[in-house]
Design a protein around this ligand. Structure first.
Ligand code: 5RP
Length: 226
């Protein structure tokens, strides 16, 4: 059921891609459906250049026959399609359960339009049920954890079998639950101001639209122009 909804949301977003666009591809199981949908349209999208947000997506895209450009040489993209862990009615989003939040934030910020795709389980009236991932320079681990606790978070070091989980950049992740989730805009500013925080999974203004599918029905949410 969730997989059908992920696929439907992904296909609706991929329909936004026009030939010649510069397109960012996010990370995760919903994005995997977008990769398949892009691969199926490659003949129509010959002049597009695609960029990925993680080593995992690089591999998945190349396996599907989608050539991936070097984001280091790109200063702006037209459109990025990515997944989400929580989406509130104001299109504020928590991302990063897959650990690609830093590259995802950079690619989203570089994009004229960012669209998230999800099944209906990702809708939330208020953010905060999902852990908020914070990517941290390993050197600053305890200092940043203390600063996060002072903001009301309970930071937990993300683990892998062989020890602390590492991002594509070699950083660690502190997954944060909050007893009471602060105002997302204020929190984003405070997190970014902590030295040693490389990025966080709170996307307050980056998301322009969301395709969310519930039991076979796709709903499009579009940010109102300010
Ligand atoms: C990875 C992400 C993912 O997009 C997010 O976790 C959603 O993943 P999925 O589609 O597998 O539920 O932010 O860093």
């Amino acid at each position: 059921m969730h997989d059908d909804d992920k696929r439907l949301a992904a296909e609706a977003a991929v329909a936004e891609i026009r030939d010649s666009m510069l397109v960012g591809i996010g990370t995760g199981s919903t994005v995997a459906f977008a990769i398949r949908a892009i691969a199926a349209r490659l003949g129509d999208l010959r002049r597009c250049v695609f960029f990925s947000t993680s080593i995992a997506t690089d591999q998945e895209a190349r396996d599907a026959g989608i050539p991936i450009g070097r984001f280091a040489l790109a200063s702006r993209l037209d459109l990025t399609i990515d997944g989400a862990d929580e989406i509130d009615p104001g299109l504020r989003v928590i991302k990063g359960a897959g650990g690609a939040l830093l590259r995802e934030k950079i690619v989203a910020e570089a994009s004229d339009r960012m669209v998230v795709i999800a099944d209906g389980s990702k809708r939330a009236e208020r953010l905060g049920a999902a852990a908020l991932p914070v990517e941290v320079l390993p050197f600053a681990r305890s200092f940043v954890a203390a600063r996060l606790a002072a903001l009301g978070a309970e930071p937990v070091l993300r683990m892998a079998e062989e020890g602390a989980w590492r991002s594509d950049q070699g950083n660690i992740i502190l997954d944060c639950h909050f007893v009471s989730f602060p105002d997302p805009g204020d929190l984003a500013v405070q997190l970014q101001a902590i030295p040693g925080v490389m990025g966080h999974g709170l996307f307050v203004r980056e998301v322009d639209a969301a395709y969310v599918a519930d039991r076979g029905v796709v709903t499009k949410m579009e940010r109102n122009p300010d």
